[in-house]
Design a protein around this ligand. Sequence first.
Ligand code: KG4
Ligand code: ZN
Length: 351
Amino acid sequence: MALPSPILCLAIETSCDDSSVAVVDSTGFVHKQLSADQNSAHEPFGGVVPEVASRNHTKNVLPLIDEVLKDLNLKPQDLTGIAVTNRPGLVGSLLVGLVTVKTLSLSWDLPFVGVNHLEGHILAPWLRDHTYNPQQLEDSLPALVLAVSGGHTQLYYVEEYGKYHVLGHSIDDAAGEALDKFAKELGLGFPGGAQLDKWARLGDASKYHFSQGLLHKGLDFSFSGTKASAMRLLQSLGPEQVESSIKDLCASYEKSVVDVLLVKLKRALDAHPQVKTIAVTGGVSANTYLRQSAEALAQNLEKNILIPPLRYCTDNAAMIGFAGAKKILQGQYDEQSLAPSASSQAEDFIW
Ligand code: KG4
Ligand code: ZN
């Protein structure tokens, strides 16, 4: 029997260090989302510690679920299903969300579905709420989606819902990781990308030059050389000069990383001129220079551009709920045997 559309889905995301819970419907409308970041727990280590992340998820997830349902005055029987990120990510972190959802599925007698975290990021630009109302997904396709976060840098051609062609991906570090490592070396705090953005706004981006891997070649990305050239420069400058040049260093390094993203985006658009919409998503899309430059590129090429608000750019449950609600609407459910996985499944994307 066909389900009445739209359906309401509870969603849980715990793939890295953000615990997030949302209720979303199958049109992408976000009824409520609550998240708990763990920045203060990981800051002393300068990066995410997997065991600490899982332990914090176990503390965060149930209270977040209670609060979201209470705020919306919803009972389990008002929901049609539950969506949960089960891949790719930190296995211990994924396990917390997955075990929670399996238990709720049994006790509430609701179906659940595992979602690929990256499919969530791809669909995030088409989430909607009372203050963000983009064009519908179906009217925006085909689209190019640049997903840039601390863990991923990918360029997708979205032909239709469920058909995601990988045009390019990072062969080493993610763009966000390259920004965070540099920021850490400068002592800017954790996660450093946002701090680096602030300093970069005050500096001269033409002052220093860093290596830009694969700039002239194809659609894959490589940032390990950029990071290594930056470490060499910092060593050669010495602590005092680094301290006094921090603004120019941040501006120049940010430009080296972001310009590669833009060159690849432009190259992908040249190869796929039929694309109607460009979308930039993932935590790094918060970056001021990236947002401004991607918007300018889209304007020049007369394409629509979607860069969702930060609550849908960084890791969030709403994007998982949207993907999951669409699957449940199509009758795709998972069994209690579903396992977490550090990597995507071969059939998740078209290579
Ligand atoms: O999507 P996200 O929240 O988590 C991952 O899946 O990684 O992305 C986090 C990344 C971090 O690398 C963080 O430094 C970066 O997004 N980020 C930024 C900015 N805000 C967050 N990078 C550059 N400029 C920003 N304003
Ligand atoms: Zn992510």
